[in-house]
Structures are given as structure tokens and as C-alpha cells.
Design a protein around this ligand. Sequence first.
Ligand code: ADP
Ligand code: GLC
Length: 498
Amino acid sequence: MKRGAMKVLFVASEAFPLVKTGGLGDVLHGLPRALHGLGVGVRLLLPGYRALLRQIDQVRILAWFDVRGAEGPVAARVLETRHPGFDFPLWIVDCPPLFDRPGNPYLDVTGYDWPDNAERFAVFARVAALLAQDAHETGWLPDVVHSHDWQTGLVPAFLADLPVRPRTVFTIHNLAYGGHFPHGDFLRLQLPAHWWSHEGVEFHGGFSMLKAGIVYADAVTTVSPTYAEEICTPAFGYGLDGLLRSRRHKLHGILNGIDTATWDPAGDPHLRANYTAGRILPGKRRDKQALLERFLPAADDAALRAPLIGLVGRLVEQKGIDWVLAAMPPLLAETDARFVFLGSGQSAYEQKLTRLARQNPARVFVEIGYNEALAHQIEAGADMFLMPSRFEPCGLNQMYSLRYGTLPIVFKTGGLADTVVDATEENLAAGRANGFVFDTPDVAHFLGAVQRALALYRQPSQWRRLQQTGMRHAFDWRESAGHYLALYAADSAGEPHV
Ligand code: ADP
Ligand code: GLC
């Protein structure tokens, strides 16, 4: 390793609080900050979306580049700025034709992928690769470039072609999103011809930016140990399991942490009352009341006593929303539970949930959309949290739930399997249990887990133990950041991967 502090350039398409569509944004907030705290020199490179540029003032122009776009050269400026959410400089690729537009980073207003996504993220990756070589002599040369998900998969590929270069780490946050584009885009973007092979980026006649990251990075990580195993199997591999098996030597599963300052029941400003593991009840009950009152003008005692089951998330097949919908009729008929759902995604799910709320106004509360404050209020005010994902690379919501004493009900997969310990007799006796896990992916087993949770809810002292076990667990980024640091250092020293 070089002398002095290690330098890492993070390259990503989102980072909370500037831009976030899911857990990726949370990770790009927590991990770089944790590494900075460990003495690593950090820069974070993000695309200059319109909504992001509106949140920053004070910028300095760090570099200008003309890079190849789809129709010819594209001019991009790199801005350096500071933001209170980060204690190190942010670098922003300002390229108005590609990023100055309204709405979601990846989707247009109708919910479809931006038609020029290949160009947008190829240009972003080219700029990242130039910065990583300090092509513009900014005076900051990283030892490691750490890029995330398909949007930045071309970064290690561009760097792999250089004789002298930083080491590259590529993290898969979700293999379901591959960044697949047609061969025409490959040609138009003038991507290096030697990448075009099965050993390179080619994928079913087109090319995959995610595959590029896997093939060309020095180390590949994913966000939980169980998911690292799962993606090497056909059931979870999206056609890349063979490639991943052949790259097992450089594949690592490192569990995400959570931002324990933003997600802290003891200090959360979004809550009516704060609480701690040592004294849960009065505060959490007031938060439940506040949550119910948001949807019910008069939340009576019966509503307050009944179990309240929450769900926050993207409304997509991955998250098992169809299992939840299928389980609702028996849950409404046979139990007194109340439900609160917050999410957005596929319109069929949005409509079904909205209809369910309309039909059961006293028991099912639904907000369609993205609402950071309400997400916190559900984590605090609910008694249980549903996360029956079919697959879940890591999942942050179940960790937020554990920290808020809201017992998660999860399918045994990915990061859910690595963080939630089922309330079996044995785990209860050992004081390890912190939630409810079902291990067969269907509605009946999901329903069984909810019913087990509802039964235990009627035993307050047992329930309290589970809550405390979850709340006392350390979920912060320190441990994960340490694993990344070890990986960067092993890479820099050229040591074999473990
Ligand atoms: P994924 O990244 O697959 O969506 P995670 O559990 O890793 O799942 O992270 C989801 C993150 O997005 C959490 O911080 C969660 O609170 C947030 N989130 C998802 N949907 C919403 C929503 N509708 N409103 C507010 N926050 C949301
Ligand atoms: C992805 C995954 C989720 C993970 C998040 C952050 O969006 O779906 O499981 O927690 O990335 O790594």
C-alpha cells in the first residue's frame, strides 16, 4: 500500500440525503462516512441530477471533460462541493443534456427507463474513470475505486484497460437490475470492441453493465453473506450465476450497516415520543397512537390495543407484496390486527392496496408514495414489520425495525436470513430470537409466521425480550466498514482474496 492515508473514490448513482430511491442511497450515505471516520480519504462521485443540483450551493469547478456519448462528444463538468450530510467533498458530474431533467434518476414520468440510460451511465462511468486516473490533475489520486450496481459497472471495465490504475471494487446491491442494453448502444457509445465477448460484457445478444462490473473489477462484493451464496445458484443468479461461480475467488458477502444516528428511536425527530431498549413502552405506545391518528380521526382504545402491522418498501414482486395481498383476507377475517402500508411501485399493487384500504377504512391504512417521515413513524409506531421478500440482497428495513423494537416477519433469504433470528422454542430459550422467519416461499408459510407473531404478541414479557434483543444489537457501519477496509488493503497489497 502507498504511504499516507488510503484514498477511495466512491462512484454511485444515488446517495441519501441528496438522492435516494432505495437502500442503495442509504448505503452510499453510511459506508463512505464510516470509512472517512476510520481515516480513509474519501470522495463520492454522483450524477448531477436536477433535484441534486438544487440542493447544493457553493461549488468549485474541478475539471472539464469531453467524453464520447451516443452521437459524438459530450461535455461534462465535474463540480466539487460540500454538503452537511457528508464530511468529505462530493464530486458531481454536471452534464445537463443527460442529467438535468425532472423526476426519478432512472425512470421517466411514465415509469419507464429513460431511453438514453445507456448513454447517461456510460458517460458517467467514463468521467469516473478519468477522475480515477487524475486525468485532470486535481491532485487527488485514489488507491481504490469502489463502484455500485449496474449504473457504475463500466467503471472497473474502463479502468481495467489501463497499465497503471487504482484497484477496483464493485458492489452488487441487487442482481435483478442488470443494466442490459442492445448491441446498437454498444456500437453507438464506441465501447471498446474487445469487451464484446461472452467473457466480456456480452449478455444474450446485448450487453450488461452489471456483468462488466463483475468481470472487470478486482474484487466483487455483495451486501450479505447469504446473498453472496445465493447468487451463485441458478434460482437467484439471473443468468449470471455461472459467471459468479467462476469468480467466487473474488466474491465477498459483507453485510450492510445502518445509519444509527438517522435511525434512532431515542432521538428520532420524526416521532411524537422517543424511547430506548431499557424503557420501550410509554414512548412506543405514543408513537403507535400518533400513527393511528394520522389515518383515523378517533383512534380508540381497541385500535391501540390491537396489533399494528407495518410495511414500507418498493411495491414490486421482489418484496412479496402478492403474498401480503393474498394473506389479507384471512388476516382481516380471523384476527383483530391493523395494517399500515407505505410504498410505491407497480401500479397493480398500488391499486390493490388502495382498494383494500377503501374497503377496510378502520383497519387498513395505505399511503402510496415516498415519505421519509412516515417511514420512520411506521418503524416506531407499528408492533410488527412485514418483509416477506422473495429475495433480499441485504434489506435495511428489517434492521430499522429491529432497532425500533418492531418485530420483523421475513422470508429466510439473503440479508433477512443473516439478521433476523426466528422465535423458535430453542432461540427463545437462548435469548437469541428477535423476529419471525418462514423458510418456504409461499402464502401459507408467510401466513403461518404472521400468526405465530400475533400469538406471541399476547405474551407481553416474551415480546419485550424479543424487542430488547433486536434493539440492543449493534447495527452501525463500523464492523462492515472494517471488512471493506480489509478488502481494499488486501487488494492494494496484491494479496489473494479470501
Ligand atoms: P431496497 O433497496 O430493495 O428498496 P432496502 O430495505 O435495502 O430495500 O431499503 C429501502 C430503503 O428505502 C429504506 O431506507 C426504506 O425506508 C426506504 N423506502 C422504501 N420505500 C419507501 C417509501 N415509500 N417511503 C419512504 N421510504 C421508503
Ligand atoms: C438493494 C437491495 C437491498 C439492499 C440495498 C442496499 O436495493 O434490494 O436488499 O439492502 O440494495 O444494499
